[in-house]
Design a protein around this ligand. Structure first.
Ligand code: SF4
Length: 300
């Protein structure tokens, strides 16, 4: 009898599909994927790959971005209930209200947002390129949605005035300086690497701040051999795979995004068997929302 992995591989071939997984996915999902990356990398692969079917193992907004960049392809999300609470914290009405209050400001929207919000934004950004995106704009005022922590981090590197929305990632928000104190005590020689979705206190207390890909690159290129990781626990899988001789600890055992863990191999198999759930975006929305992503890709 075939294993679930063998059944997924056979079906993937039959459907001419590619499986893309985010770094925060469960280990076995990352293992079956053709490519594992952060949101920016996944949307680029989705756009450039030759396969007609994209299985996006991540949360809803990631599959939405893949569809915006690959309108002719079939984009499937294995578990349709995998949402992102941060993305749900900002609505198009919130953005319109901020625009009315700050008519000279450009709207920079973190990709962790709905298609509807992207559609009324000037440009998108990720945690890897947020600084560059903000710097690329002529406006002196920037409305930054939805992540107040990433926005606050960006505001330290620019003279522009950032108007922050109140959104946040519940998984990164529940990390406190006590976790840093404990890590420094228990692992005195380790470097602490955190994501800019963490609060200012955590960012200030860390040794390095970067997106998931930047954290992986930093740990891989560093001469240090022990690290404490301040982002979602799924990142341990690529970190350990790339660095089998280095030691990694989590900053907190609670660094788990429940939505990222909703995708299982069973869901991936079902998704390929039934070709569901397919991401569908209406044409008008597609046009407007994809512009904000294309503008982001144009920033060098
Ligand atoms: S880790 Fe945070 S930002 Fe990422 S999907 Fe989960 S809730 Fe959303």
């Amino acid at each position: 009898m075939q294993s679930i992995q063998e059944r997924i591989t056979a079906l993937k071939k039959k459907r001419n599909a590619i499986i893309l997984a985010h770094f925060y996915q469960q280990d076995e999902v990352q293992e079956i994927a053709d490519f594992v990356g952060d949101s920016l990398e996944l949307s680029r692969i989705a756009r450039d790959c030759g396969e007609q079917v994209i299985v996006l193992c991540g949360v809803w907004f990631m599959a939405g971005s893949a569809k915006l960049l690959s309108p002719q392809k079939t984009v499937l999300i294995p578990n349709k209930n995998a949402g992102c609470p941060m993305a749900d914290m900002v609505t198009p009405e919130d953005v319109s209200a901020l625009r009315q209050k700050h008519p000279n400001a450009a709207v920079v929207t973190y990709v962790n947002s709905s298609v509807e919000v992207k559609a009324i934004s000037d440009i998108c950004c990720t945690s890897s390129n947020a600084l560059k995106v903000v710097a690329s704009l002529p406006n002196d005022e920037i409305i930054f949605v939805p992540d107040k922590n990433l926005g606050d981090y960006v505001s330290r590197f620019t003279d522009k005035k950032l108007i922050l929305h109140s959104g946040y990632c519940p998984t990164h928000q529940r990390i406190f300086t006590e976790h840093i104190d404990i890590a420094r005590r228990e692992h005195p020689g380790a470097k602490i690497l955190v994501h800019p979705e963490c609060t200012r206190e955590i960012v200030d207390a860390a040794d390095f701040v970067g997106s998931t890909s930047q954290i992986i690159n930093y740990a891989t290129q560093s001469d240090d051999t022990e690290f404490v990781i301040g982002t979602e626990q799924g990142i341990l899988y690529p970190l350990k795979k790339k660095n089998p001789n280095k030691v990694f600890h989590m900053l907190s055992p609670h660094f788990v995004c429940p939505n990222m863990k909703k995708t299982t191999l069973e869901y991936v198999l079902h998704c390929l068997e039934e070709m569901e759930t397919e991401i569908r975006i209406d044409d008008g929305l597609m046009q407007a929302a994809s512009q904000s992503l294309y503008k982001m890709f144009a920033v060098k």
